[in-house]
Write a protein of this length. Structure first.
Length: 129
């Protein structure tokens, strides 16, 4: 019993020892790096999801993978002679992102509808049972 008490007291004393400031800084920086890396990975996944949504939307609207609807492309590419190439590219990018947003909203609505149907089905089964 005395040995167990000594081990417990030793463990408690070890926990009470102050942690070196350098060790604390290193641990803090490591956690910060990990959080930043995690955030970057999440952003990359979101961007990839947006690109996939845009591709899906393109296929759904045009029937051709990788092709935007011609009239929207022409409209986005048109512009005054003063408009720079960067502006046209930005408008195309905005178009693609808006299409991805529409697709995402559509998926969310479909999911909500599906959940409602499942709830109704469950309620009907409970009434029957």
């Amino acid at each position: 019993e005395e040995e167990e008490e000594e081990e417990e007291e030793g463990a408690e004393r070890h926990e009470e020892l102050p942690v070196d400031k350098d060790v604390q800084r290193h641990a803090f920086r490591e956690r910060a790096r990990n959080l930043l890396q995690h955030r970057r990975e999440e952003e990359e996944l979101l961007e990839e999801e947006e690109r996939e949504d845009a591709r899906d939307e393109e296929v759904a609207r045009t029937g051709e993978p990788g092709a935007l609807p011609e009239e929207e492309v022409e409209q986005a590419e048109k512009g005054s002679n003063e408009e720079s190439e960067g502006c046209r590219k930005q408008r195309l990018k905005s178009l693609i992102l808006s299409m991805a947003s529409r697709r995402r909203r559509q998926k969310e609505e479909e999911k909500e509808d599906e959940e409602e149907q499942q709830e109704q089905q469950t309620e009907e089964e409970e009434e029957i049972g």
